[in-house]
Ligand binder design. Structure first.
Ligand code: HEM
Length: 396
């Protein structure tokens, strides 16, 4: 019940949190480091993190008799390390992997009370909230850890920053760019809030996508897909440039994002003009002010657009024109001025990590895994219900 109430609150909150002008001004200051050119300049760091992920999987598989690895947390650590690097030029796991693990737990648990903290900000500002009994109090403790860790990363980044700003790192504009809506640069607290959102939006989303790609590839019925992908990769170069044009790799990624988009919940908006939908007696008119939303998870499985919609079939994307219904209904990053600002980074990360892993490792789904464990659960960002993905791994 509490989760349902919090979700409703979230939808209301997300739709109204920033008015158009406020949002546009904030997005304007943030844009530069997210451009394709700026993001592609981070390719060497992302390759290095993808190699760390590969080595971790190899080490963990070596200590199991059946070479079984739970890749879920490892994928989470990879995406977290990438976003900390690209946003703050920091290695969150420099001292130990425990730092990254604790941070992932903190963000995961605290996201539950994010709408509450934003609706009643005082709750997030006093340590008394941590004494609220049960799950809410515990979530506030995790929120404090999320905030403190972000502040540490941000301060360390700012202290090392040179004054001739290049906007190479995602957090750089927070330091020096004037927000036209506010008429000034952000205060440290505003920058931290922005950075917390960025770390949340940029970690679990990408790792969940990589996780589901590995899941689909490792299923027995998709064996041929994994082999075909590996064949394509072996015939190609390893750079992002080479990978961008690989048709089958891109089809595999798209198909996993279609079936398991990592933001599966409602993406709410409040209409500013009337919108008509449907035809004839099914026609509906939504007046301005209506709270509407779309759910990727639903329209990505619409049988009138995607034949045999529940089957993982990358071939459905080959040779499909951008103007097709299939392409138009594919919206993992949403659309319009509030769509995903981080999609260039997400694409870079997914392409480099998946290609690196599939080149060097063969994956089979471990027999202990139950199908229902990989059902998606909407906790603002999506997670798998089972909380693990056990794969039997062979080094190639
Ligand atoms: C596969 C990975 C990802 C998916 C599927 C995804 C999806 C989305 C979607 C659907 C939205 C729009 C939410 C809405 O309409 O209300 C969004 C917004 C956002 N995403 Fe992503 N995202 C991903 C990765 C990333 C990454 C890597 C970053 C950071 C570098 C990021 C940063 C953001 C931010 C900051 C917003 C809010 C944008 C705004 O309000 O203007 N995302 N994302």
């Amino acid at each position: 019940m509490a989760a349902v109430v919090l979700k409703c609150l979230w939808n209301e909150f997300a739709a109204i949190v920033r008015n158009k002008a406020q949002h546009a001004a904030r997005r304007k200051i943030e844009n530069n480091p997210y451009s394709l050119q700026s993001i592609n300049a981070h390719e060497p760091e992302v390759i290095s993190k993808a190699d760390t992920l590969l080595q971790r999987i190899i080490s963990e598989s070596a200590i199991s008799k059946s070479h079984t690895v739970d890749v879920q947390v490892l994928c989470g650590l990879f995406s977290l390390e990438v976003i900390c690097q690209v946003a703050f030029d920091q290695d969150i796991n420099a001292e130990s992997l425990d730092a990254g693990r604790a941070f992932l737990t903190a963000m995961g648990q605290a996201s539950l009370i994010q709408p509450l903290s934003n609706t009643i900000p005082i709750l997030g500002k006093t340590s008394l909230s941590e004494y609220i009994p049960g799950v809410i109090g515990r979530a506030y403790t995790q929120r404090r850890i999320w905030e403190e860790t972000t502040r540490k990363l941000y301060r360390s980044f700012v202290n090392n920053l040179k004054e001739d700003y290049t906007d190479k790192f995602l957090a750089e504009p927070f330091v020096h760019k004037k927000d036209e809506y506010l008429g000034r640069i952000l205060t440290e607290d505003e920058a931290i809030e922005e950075a917390m959102g960025l770390l949340f939006a940029g970690s679990g989303t990408t790792s969940t996508t990589i996780l589901y790609i590995l899941y689909h590839l490792s299923r027995p019925e998709n064996r041929g897909i994994q082999l075909r992908l590996r064949e394509e990769l072996h015939a190609a170069g390893t750079t992002n440039f080479a990978l961008t044009n690989l048709k089958y790799l891109n089809a595999v990624i798209k198909e996993a994002m279609r079936l398991n988009p990592s933001l599966i919940g409602s993406l709410p908006r409040i209409l500013t003009t009337a919108v008509e939908a449907g035809e004839g007696k099914h026609k509906l008119v939504f007046p301005p002010g209506t709270l509407i939303s779309m759910q990727n998870y639903v329209h990505h499985q619409d049988p009138s657009v995607y034949e045999d919609p529940h089957t993982f079939n990358p071939d459905r994307w080959l040779g499909v024109p951008l103007s097709s219904a299939r392409e138009k209904a594919f919206t993992p990053y949403s659309l319009g001025p509030r769509n995903c600002i981080g999609q260039n980074l997400a694409n870079l990360e997914i392409r480099l990590a998946v290609s690196h892993l599939v080149r060097h490792l063969d994956f089979k789904l471990n027999s202990e895994m139950e199908e229902a464990e990989m059902d998606m659960e909407d906790r603002f960002a999506a997670l798998s219900k089972g909380g693990r993905l056990l794969l039997d791994v062979t080094q190639l």
